[in-house]
Write a new protein. Structure first.
Length: 131
């Protein structure tokens, strides 16, 4: 291989390495963003679970009509709405859990992708060092 061919090959390998480095950085940023979303969902999920638990422990959840405290037409209407509200709260928590699992899967896929790119980069760096 002539010196000119070596220089050309070296430039080509360096270009490929830079391109892989860009892809790695982009994937790492995406991974970080997904992890931040996962943390937010965890926090929100805990807030929802805590709120639901507090509500279920309250007297008003067990019996909306509380004598001398909360009674009348509004209390009767609320007592009819509580099962629907609880169902909605439970569905929300379930959807948050599903979303968290999906995000976790994406984070794992990104980790695998980053490892693949890093392996390719190391192979190119070995080729470059061999020139």
């Amino acid at each position: 291989m002539t010196e000119a061919e070596k220089r050309r090959k070296k430039r080509e390998l360096e270009r490929k390495i830079r391109k892989l480095e860009g892809k790695i950085k982009e994937a790492e940023k995406l991974q970080e963003d997904f992890e931040d979303c996962e943390k937010e969902i965890n926090t929100s999920g805990e807030d929802w679970r805590d709120g639901r638990a507090r509500f279920l422990k309250s007297q008003i959840a067990r019996q909306v009509v509380v004598n001398d405290l909360f009674e009348g037409v509004i209390a009767e209407r609320l007592s009819q709405d509580i099962p629907d509200v609880m169902l909605l709260m439970n569905r929300t928590v379930s959807k948050m859990d599903e979303l968290k699992k999906k995000i976790s899967r994406q984070v794992k896929k990104l980790e695998e992708y980053i490892k693949k790119l890093e392996k390719e980069k190391r192979a190119l760096e070995r080729q470059l060092a061999a020139l």
